[in-house]
Design a protein around this ligand. Structure first.
Ligand SMILES: Nc1ncnc2c1ncn2[C@@H]1O[C@H](COP(=O)(O)OP(=O)(O)OP(=O)(O)O)[C@@H](O)[C@H]1O
Ligand SMILES: [Mg+2]
Length: 350
C-alpha cells in the first residue's frame, strides 16, 4: 500500500479508532493528535506497518466494551489439538491473521451472573472421596475450592475433623476467613507459624509444615485427639510436592496421614499426576482416583511487554484454552529479537 493510499484510509477513521490501531505499536500514541499519529504510522518499520495495514482493511468489529466474555467475538481461538495433531494446530494458527492489542483485551469485564451448576469433574471428585483418595489436577480458575468446600461440608456433617493445608501463611489466613464465613467462626481454627486460634475446632487450617509436625508427634506416640476423628485432609497447591526444598514436607505428610482419613490433593500444575496417583495407591489404604484435564474455564490471554513500554499480544491467537499449539505473534518475535539484540550487545560491550 502506498503512503497516499494508507493516509487516505487513516484520515477517514475516527481518532479513537486510530488510537486503537496504534496501541502497542506506537509509544505514547495517546498523546498524539490525528495528523502526528498518521505521520508516525507512515514511518513505522515495514513489518509493523504491514500488520497495521491488515488491521485497517479488516471490517470493523463488535464494540470492545462488551461486558461478558461469552458474548465477545472469538474468531481467532485455536482449533482444539487433535490426537497427534500438534502440527495441525500450529498450521491452523499460522494461517490465522495476527491479532492486535485491542483484540487481545476485547471482551474483558465482569461476566453476567448465572445460576451455579457444579461441573461434572467437581461432582465426580466429591463423590469419589467417599471411597478413595482424590487428586484434582485441573487448570487454574477451574473451581477446586468448591470441591474442597463441599467435601469439608460432608465430613463435618459426619462429625469428622477436617484439616486444610496450604503452602503459604497468607493463603492459610485467607482460607481461614473464607471458611469461617462459610462454616461459622466457632467451627474453624488456624495453626500457622504466626497464629494459633481455636485450635480444637473441627475444621483446622494450617500450613503443610504444621500438619507434618503434628503427624511426626503422633508417629512418636504423642497422639493428638483430633487425629482420631480425622476424616479429610486437603492439600491445596500440592504441586509443592515437586519443590526441591519443601517437597519432602508434602511427601512425609502423605506418608504419615492416618489411614482412615481421605486425602484430597488439589493443584493446577502437577507435571506427572498419573505417577503421583499410582504412588498414592501403592502406599495408602484406599486407591487414589485421579481427575485430570486441561480445559481452561477461564481462557488465558498472554501479552508481551517490551521494556520500552510497548505491549503486543504474545501469540497470534487470542485465547489459550489448552496450552499447546500456539505460535508467537510476529511483532512479539521482532520485539523480543530487538530486546535480545540490545541486551546482548550491551553485555558484549561491557
Ligand atoms: N462450576 C462452576 N461454574 C462457574 N463458576 C465456578 C464453578 N466452580 C467454581 N467457580 C468459580 O470459579 C472461580 C475460581 O475458582 P477457584 O478459586 O476455586 O479456582 P481454583 O481451581 O482453586 O484455581 P487456582 O488453581 O488458581 O487456585 C471462583 O470465582 C468460583 O466461584
Ligand atoms: Mg485454588
Amino acid at each position: 500500500m502506498t503512503n497516499e493510499e494508507l493516509t487516505g484510509l487513516l484520515q477517514a477513521l475516527p481518532l479513537r479508532q486510530l488510537h486503537d490501531l496504534t496501541r502497542g505499536r506506537v509509544h505514547r500514541h495517546f498523546r498524539l493528535g490525528k495528523r502526528r499519529l498518521i505521520e508516525v504510522i507512515l514511518s513505522l518499520p515495514p513489518e509493523s506497518r504491514s500488520l497495521l495495514e491488515v488491521d485497517v482493511l479488516k471490517p470493523k468489529r463488535q464494540s470492545p466494551h462488551q461486558p461478558s466474555l461469552e458474548n465477545s467475538p472469538q474468531p481467532f481461538v485455536a482449533k482444539p489439538t487433535q490426537k497427534k495433531g500438534r502440527g495441525k494446530a500450529k498450521l491452523s494458527a499460522s494461517l490465522e491473521p495476527p491479532i492486535t492489542v485491542s483484540e487481545l483485551l476485547d471482551g474483558l469485564g465482569v461476566p453476567t451472573a448465572q445460576p451455579f451448576h457444579a461441573d461434572p469433574w467437581q461432582i465426580e471428585a466429591i463423590s469419589k472421596l467417599a471411597t478413595n483418595d482424590v487428586i484434582a489436577s485441573v487448570p487454574t480458575g477451574s473451581g477446586k475450592t468448591y470441591v474442597a468446600i463441599e467435601a469439608t461440608r460432608r465430613a463435618l456433617e459426619q462429625d469428622q475433623t477436617v484439616i486444610y493445608t496450604s503452602p503459604l501463611k497468607a493463603l492459610s489466613n485467607t482460607k481461614y476467613m473464607e471458611f469461617s464465613q462459610l462454616f461459622g467462626a466457632d467451627r474453624v481454627g488456624i495453626l500457622t507459624g504466626d497464629r494459633k486460634d481455636n485450635a480444637q475446632a473441627p475444621l483446622l487450617i494450617m500450613t503443610t509444615e504444621i500438619l507434618r509436625n503434628l503427624l511426626y508427634d503422633a508417629a512418636s506416640g504423642q497422639i493428638d485427639v483430633r487425629l482420631n476423628t480425622l476424616g479429610l485432609v486437603i492439600l491445596d497447591e500440592s504441586q509443592y510436592l515437586a519443590d526441591p526444598e519443601r517437597g519432602v514436607v508434602w511427601e512425609e505428610t502423605i506418608i504419615f496421614c492416618p489411614s482412615q482419613a481421605r486425602l484430597l490433593l488439589l493443584s493446577a500444575s502437577i507435571g506427572n499426576p498419573q505417577d503421583l496417583s499410582s504412588w498414592l495407591t501403592s502406599i495408602r489404604a484406599v486407591p487414589c482416583h485421579l481427575i485430570h484435564h486441561q480445559n481452561r474455564s477461564v481462557p488465558l490471554r498472554a501479552g508481551y511487554l517490551h521494556p520500552d513500554g510497548v505491549m503486543v499480544p504474545f501469540f497470534r491467537t487470542r485465547d489459550i484454552t489448552k496450552g499447546r499449539g500456539f505460535t508467537f505473534h510476529p511483532e512479539t518475535k521482532r520485539l523480543l529479537a530487538q530486546y535480545e539484540g540490545e541486551t546482548l550487545g550491551h553485555r558484549n560491550r561491557r
